[in-house]
Design a protein around this ligand. Sequence first.
Ligand code: F6P
Length: 322
Amino acid sequence: IQTIGILTSGGDAPGMNAAIRAVTRAGICNGFKVKGIFRGYDGLINDEVQPFTTENVSGIIRDGGTILRTARSKEFMTPEGREKAFQTIKKEEIDALVVIGGNGSLTGARDFAREYDLCCIGLPGTIDNDLYGTDSTIGYDTTLNTIVECVDRIRDTAQSHERIFFVEVMGRDAGFLAQNSAIASGAEAAIIPEDSTDVDQLAQFMERGIRKSKRSCIVIVSESPKCGALYYADRVRKEFPGYDVRVSILGHLQRGGRPSAHDRILASRTGVGAVQAIMQGQRNIMVGIRNNEIVYVPLSEAIRSDKPFDRGLITVLDELSI
Ligand code: F6P
């Protein structure tokens, strides 16, 4: 292997730049040529490729977003799209492809590696923390901290007005962001996909906020097309008309901002781990960290949809929000 190509794909996540920097520098340090591929898999299909030197990644460790840009490529989901992408791989003489992204992006890498003789290495880049086999994903810690800062601010106004807030956070189908941000911000409850919530429980959440001279109640709700924060706010307005209810949907501000030290270190360690994996002849794996050790997880396992959710976290929130 002589040349490593890097791309970022799917939703951007704080720390992706730190990962690009780590793969580029570790690659060059170990004698590889490095090429940056712009706009995710679309850039691979359209040959948007540029040789990278250490200068290309200078000063980016502290920046949110991704200097390589990103995309959710529909074309790459088709065999024809992947064939075009492989033409670029051949033309650019890329021998190993490092994909920094979430579930969908690593599924693409898995399919690509199955169809073509190519070394694909994934790095877990998503705020959702839903990749199997790694304790945390690049971007998750920063987003968690961003949410907590937002909820602290919401608490000020919620207390002043004695209101109930439903705060909707991202996470796609996973409740890691919602549950842990609720614990860290002292919210009264979290509504997550891993646990069902009925109307009796809503009543209980309201009481928690009002009891013990608390003047407000904050419920963190995992995003969901059908039953997000607006849905629960409507239900409370109907079932408990006495309460003053507001909704705050945090949206994409959760994905921006400077990466936390934790995410920069995770990105740097897994980025170096990706280059080491290539040197060891590993193929078609994601580099993660489990119990503070670098691990190589087969791509087909990393994209499993059943990353264990520690139900003890539900007890922690329940007991601390009485
Ligand atoms: O996967 C990251 C994520 O931010 C999810 O939490 C969210 O559901 C989705 O991406 C939003 O995607 P988009 O930016 O394309 O609207």
